[in-house]
Design a protein around this ligand. Structure first.
Ligand SMILES: Cc1cc2nc3c(=O)[nH]c(=O)nc-3n(C[C@H](O)[C@H](O)[C@H](O)COP(=O)(O)OP(=O)(O)OC[C@H]3O[C@@H](n4cnc5c(N)ncnc54)[C@H](O)[C@@H]3O)c2cc1C
Length: 398
């Protein structure tokens, strides 16, 4: 076990080069740690065709590190988030500025920035084993039969985290949220839909639809709907894009025609996923390893909060390791600083989801009656959720 007699941490293994892992690696490298970042894929199938909405708290982390312009260069600013119901009536507007960005572009830019800061990235490295050598060090094994050693291992390997499974074998498994999400890009006549800078969200009768016209004639969209029986990622991927999109268009038949217009103009790959969340874990760390980001607390996607939460985690854990360079104290300090915030966001995401995709007609009727009030309250809470601002970075930012 690691204790106060063990030498301070020098070599760090970060597992998973998604948003959390790449940013964490970058932060740690800037603080002088020797960082190896291991990633299973060169490019993940799940990232194809989908964008995410980065909240102001995520942007604030990037700004603090002097990275916002570089990382969000490929993104599109949304000057507000506008909510309408299935009849097209405007319910509320969230005036916060957010950024929509393709998921693959965001993690790709973060990976590149990490390697520019001295992080050693290795792709094609799927972690399958994690051992403690009894002296506080960690040995990790990969599917390709290779091994590596480090003083600490940080699992940023997402909702189905192997690090979590190996480190905390009694931790609850990810739970299916009964929501299927999809997203893509459409090409539509430039005169048909103006570039208005707004992220439009429509509470449809049988699904939730969001879109932004990102440039003349180009629309990014996503859709979430309820499916009680879980279909695996592989099962969903087998469905032909055209058939999937036609199914969504049919689902949104009772809703504003613009949704079908966008879906029918789909161009390029359409991503789709069964959505899972990680139930609260008793702890996020043990000995010289810890989990963070989605690996520790994947929240339902209805708030659009997960990526920004992962960025907050990365920043806070890097600061904790800088301040307490021995694992147990750093991990404990990190976890204490994050637990309440994460729990509050998870609760809010679940509440929002229940409003978005009700499965029973009676819930839908109540939803439509309550929606304007619920949305206004949600917008207020959303603004609170965005309020995290990172403390100053301890070294000059170059
Ligand atoms: C449908 C949907 C919509 C969403 N929309 C939004 C949104 O609008 N805004 C928002 O902020 N968030 C959104 N999210 C959440 C957001 O995508 C996640 O919270 C965020 O990607 C978490 O980042 P992460 O780096 O922790 O995990 P991930 O992005 O999952 O990255 C994990 C990385 O680890 C790698 N990996 C996995 N296993 C291994 C292994 N064994 N060995 C090595 N590497 C491994 C993976 O390949 C991946 O690169 C959404 C999520 C879903 C499902």
């Amino acid at each position: 076990m690691t204790n106060e007699k063990t030498p301070p941490i020098r070599r760090v293994a970060v597992v998973g080069a998604g948003i959390t892992g790449s940013l964490l690696s970058l932060c740690l490298a800037r603080l002088g740690f020797e960082v190896n970042l291991y990633e299973a894929y060169v490019r993940r199938a799940q990232d194809v065709g989908s964008f995410l909405n980065l909240a102001p708290n995520g942007r604030a982390v990037l700004e603090r590190l002097g990275l916002a312009d570089r990382i969000l260069e490929q993104g599109v600013v949304a000057t507000s988030i506008d909510f309408t119901n299935h009849r097209g009536r405007q319910l509320a507007r969230n005036p916060e500025r957010t950024t929509n960005i393709m998921r693959g572009e965001l993690s790709g830019a973060l990976r590149e920035a990490a390697t520019d800061n001295g992080v050693k990235l290795q792709t094609g490295k799927r972690l399958v084993a994690l051992d403690d050598d009894g002296d506080g060090h960690r040995r990790i094994g990969f599917e390709d039969g290779t091994h590596a050693e480090a003083d600490i291992v940080l699992g940023c390997d997402g909702v189905n985290s192997a690090v979590r499974r190996l480190l905390l074998p009694d931790a609850p498994r990810p739970a299916y949220t009964e929501v299927v999400g999809s997203g893509g890009r459409s090409e539509i006549g430039a005169a048909e839909l103006p570039v208005d800078g707004r992220f439009h969200m429509v509470f449809g009768l049988r699904g939730f639809f969001g879109y932004q016209v990102v440039s003349p004639g180009v629309v990014w969209w996503f859709e979430n709907h309820q499916e009680t029986r879980e279909r695996t990622f592989a099962e969903l991927a087998e469905i032909d894009d055209a058939r999937w999109v036609a199914g969504l268009a049919d689902r949104h038949r009772p809703d504003p025609a613009v949704i079908r217009r966008i879906l029918n103009a789909s161009a390029g790959p359409v991503g789709r996923w069964p959505v899972h969340e990680v139930p609260p874990l008793d702890t996020w760390h043990r000995g010289s390893a810890a989990v963070l980001g989605d690996a520790a607390h994947a929240v339902a996607p209805h708030l659009g909060a997960g990526a920004a939460l992962g960025m907050e985690d990365a920043y806070e854990l890097a600061l904790a390791l800088h301040e307490h360079p021995r694992a147990p104290r750093a991990f404990a300090a990190f976890e204490e600083s994050r637990r309440d915030r994460v729990a509050a966001m998870a609760k809010q995401a679940r509440q929002t989801g229940a409003v978005m995709t009700p499965d029973r007609w009676i819930t839908r009727v109540i939803r439509d009656l309550m929606l304007p009030m619920a949305i206004k309250q949600g917008v207020r809470k959303g603004t609170e959720a965005y309020s995290y601002r990172p403390s100053p970075w301890p070294l000059p930012v170059v």
